[in-house]
Each structure stands twice: as C-alpha cells, then as structure tokens.
Write a protein that binds this ligand. Structure first.
Ligand code: GRF
Length: 205
C-alpha cells in the first residue's frame, strides 16, 4: 500500500476526500503525514480528527516559497513517515528544485481548471470571468513551473447559463475530490507512464 504525504494550507476538503476514499476502500493508500504551512488551517484539524499525523511546520519568512532550511524540515518529516508520493492539496507555496529533486516525479497537485488554461491563483474566477463554457479540474505532476507539469487526469465541468462563480467552484471542487483519489490510485498501481511530457495510463480499467 502506498504511503502518501499531503501538504495543505487551507480548508482541506481535498484532504478529507482522500481520507474518506481510503476509509471506504476506494483508494488503497495510507496517509503517512499531513503538513501545513498555516497553523490555523482547517485541514490540520481534519487530519487530527481522522487520526492522521499532522504537523504545522513554519514556512519561514518568505511568502511564495518555503525558506530553504524549512524546506529541509518538510523533507525530513516526509521521509520520517516513509512517504513515497507527495500530494499538494491546496498548498499555497512553490517548491524549490531541491525539493522537487528529492521526490523526483513523485509530487502531484490538484488545480481547479483545465490546464494549461488559467494557471495560478483564483483559477475558477479566471475561467468564469473569461466566459468559458467548459471549466474543470486537473491533477498533474509538479515540475519547476507553476501548474505546468505533465497532466495525469482532467475532468470537465459544464458552465451553466446563469451560473455564479461560487456555484461553478462548488461543482469543480466535487470533481476535484473524485479525480485526486483516482490519480493517487493510478500512481500507486504504477499505471502512469511518462513519455516526454505526456502521461500514458497503462491498462486503464
Ligand atoms: C482546491 O480548489 C485546489 O484545487 C486548489 O486549492 C483548493 C484547495 O481546497 N489548489 P481544499 O483546501 O482542498 O478545500
């Protein structure tokens, strides 16, 4: 069974979905640890309530990145818990290349848009304001770019007439909760093959 580490900053609804999917047997994984850069993250509370080891590790003084020394603490914690796959779930920091190298091809992220459209913050709002008819969510590997790594799963969400950004975001979040666990399961089953920047799913069910 694969051991995953989940990095969070906020509400933790994706974390909760992973926890629930593990409990219900839909995802064959174990959460080794949850780490947050935000002491007050609801996600930390959710992890603790589910009996998952959860830590706040101070990110340092920077706003966008973890300070280099702090990043080593994150890595140490992940290694201590024997994490094999790092899942960013609403983690609001960019990782240095040293971190990426330490978990090369073993860091994934969930983004609330159909990448490569609407990278960065407030992706749902960007899509809504742009007037797209089809929005969605993406699970992808993390590389040096922001929301730029190879795509594992994408799922579309139709924008309705008279939709609001809030309603659309809710429906996107629902889809996020499904595809994140699906992507973790595929990784765990070694069904993801990287060809250039493309991810082929081997023997999909
Ligand atoms: C999600 O929309 C995710 O795609 C984005 O940040 C949000 C985190 O939500 N990266 P939650 O903390 O999992 O509820």
């Amino acid at each position: 069974m694969i051991v995953i580490g989940v990095l969070v900053s906020g509400n933790g609804s994706n974390l909760q979905a992973i926890i629930d999917n593990i409990k219900s047997g839909n995802l064959n994984a174990k959460i080794g640890c949850v780490i947050s850069d935000n002491q007050n993250a609801l996600a930390l509370k959710k992890a603790k309530e589910s009996g998952v080891p959860a830590y706040y590790i101070c990110p340092g003084s920077g706003k966008t990145y973890l300070d280099t020394e702090r990043e080593l603490e994150y890595l140490e914690c992940l290694r201590k818990h024997k994490v094999k796959l790092v899942c960013l779930a609403g983690f609001m920091r960019i990782l240095h290349s040293e971190f990426l190298q330490a978990f090369k091809d073993r860091i994934i992220n969930i983004h609330p848009a159909l990448l490569p459209s609407f990278q960065g913050l407030h992706a749902q709002r960007q899509a809504f304001d742009y007037g797209v008819k089809i929005a969605g969510a993406t699970v992808h590997f993390v590389d040096e770019g922001v929301d730029a790594g190879p795509i594992i799963i994408q799922r579309a969400v139709t924008v309705k007439d008279n939709d609001t950004e809030e309603e659309l975001s809710k429906r996107i979040l629902k889809v996020e909760h499904q595809i994140y666990s699906e992507a973790i399961q595929l990784f765990a089953e070694k069904k993801l093959k990287k060809i250039g920047r493309k991810i082929e799913i081997i023997n999909p069910d």
